[in-house]
Ligand binder design. Structure first.
Ligand SMILES: [Zn+2]
Length: 426
């Protein structure tokens, strides 16, 4: 079994073929039948046209706030994993810095300037730039994978809990036992809603049982609003008593529990605007799109005994019978952005104090390229691979896996992968 991600293969007309294992890729390269098309993700291009029907690939996505898990499946085989790290915080910080600099500048010497605020409108589907970026970077990668592999369907985790499934009386009728899918979602939901504490004595870190607030024996329903969590002790103590009777001496607690039971979990129904925005964008790809809930993902992952990583979570999204994981090393993708348009940098008061070169390219390189530098003489003898930061002197900085290496001459550098707004690692 191979440990690395499968390799994407294109034919001479750039039509995507079935991804191949690293071993097959090695022999294709060795025999001269293919050459390297792209370094990240590793893609080969064959030297002739091929007329075969490639096996269809499914992209699975687990969108997260900091990291999005991506898995490519061929049937039940996971052939490619990736973790895309977003840069929402960086975007927020730089927009805030720009905002404060502008505010400082425009408030200066403008006593008679008319008030200009509340004069903007936003489209109804507006998302904050840091959130919009999440949608855009995810779409960038989905589109890239569509170009590199014969993708025919996409599965996305859309909501945290499938409330409809849980409230559906047909399913709720099933007993709440662990392992049962509906029961599993209900458990997860209740753990979130009741803060992983016993509702009656607030004890934490003990096994909690699902409790009917109005006991079933007295006609209490299986609806979520009638369920809470209790430790074994309280559950036994309450038995089949009415809650009013059980908490007769604690009217405050009774009121609190009753109120909390009625309240739906805030972000549970997942008015998660980013995920919905992504869903609507995915639909525009004209591939078959399906969705799953977070509860289902966790249920699948636990059942299959997989580690909790973003990319394996992605592989478990949606309806999954079984999985055969053929790769152990996901591609780590980090969004780095495309630099800045500032033409001069400012000090902390907003006064310009240094220039930025008008030209981004130095000796054919630009900041963000991934380069390989072989230094054969001087103090810095060695081979370095990493993201380059160019300096107009021609003496570059390379951030490698082992830290930043400064002062590498451009003559020692060879470009491995041109800047595309992302950094890569394994
Ligand atoms: Zn308790």
């Amino acid at each position: 079994m191979s440990k690395s991600n499968f390799v994407f293969v294109l034919d001479a007309d750039l039509n995507p073929l079935t991804p191949c294992s690293p071993g097959v890729a090695r022999s294709l390269l060795k025999s001269g039948k293919a050459s390297v098309y792209r370094r990240y993700p590793f893609t080969l291009i064959l030297k002739k046209k091929v007329d075969t029907r490639p096996a269809p690939i499914t992209i699975k996505l687990d969108p997260g706030s900091k990291t999005t898990g991506i898995a490519l499946l061929q049937g039940s085989k996971v052939v490619f994993g990736a973790e895309l790290t977003h840069r929402g915080q960086t975007i927020k910080a730089s927009l805030e810095s720009r905002r404060s600099l502008r505010r400082g500048r425009r408030n200066r010497h403008t006593r008679y300037r008319p008030a200009r605020f509340l004069n903007r409108t936003r489209p109804t589907d507006w998302l904050a730039p840091s959130l919009q970026h999440r949608v855009e970077t995810t779409m960038t990668w989905v589109n890239r994978f569509i170009r590199l592999a014969p993708v025919n369907s996409i599965v996305q985790e859309l909501v945290r809990f499938d409330l409809q499934k849980m409230e559906n009386p047909e399913i709720s009728g099933i007993e709440y036992q662990q392992g049962e899918l509906a029961g599993y979602e209900v458990r997860e939901y209740l753990l979130n809603k009741w803060d992983r504490k016993c509702a009656y004595c607030a004890v934490e870190n003990v096994p909690l049982q699902i409790e009917h607030i109005q006991p079933k024996a007295k006609g209490g329903s299986n609806r979520l609003s009638n369920l809470c969590l209790a430790c074994e002790k309280c559950n036994l103590k309450k038995g089949t008593q009415d809650i009013e009777q059980f908490l007769a001496k604690k009217p405050d607690l009774l009121k609190k529990i009753k109120a909390q039971a009625k309240r739906p979990l805030k972000d549970a129904a997942a008015v998660n605007s980013t995920r919905w925005a992504l869903y609507h964008r995915l639909k525009q790809t004209c591939l078959s799109i399906s969705t799953g809930s977070g509860g289902l993902t966790k249920f699948n992952r636990t059942r299959l005994g997989l580690a909790k990583t973003h990319w394996l979570d992605a592989a478990c999204v949606g309806e999954v019978e079984m999985l055969e994981v053929l790769t152990l090393k996901p591609l780590k993708i980090t969004a780095t952005g495309h630099g800045t348009r500032q033409m001069c940098r400012t000090d902390k008061f907003g006064f310009p104090n240094r220039y930025v070169p008008r030209n981004k390219f130095v000796k054919g390189f630009q900041t963000g390229d991934i380069v390989k530098a072989v230094v054969t003489s001087g103090k810095k003898i060695g081979t370095y691979v990493g993201r380059v930061a160019v300096r107009s002197t021609g003496s570059f900085n390379i951030s490698t896996a082992n830290g930043l290496i400064q002062g590498i001459g451009y003559k020692n550098c060879v470009s491995v992968h041109k800047k595309d707004g992302y950094n890569y690692g394994f």
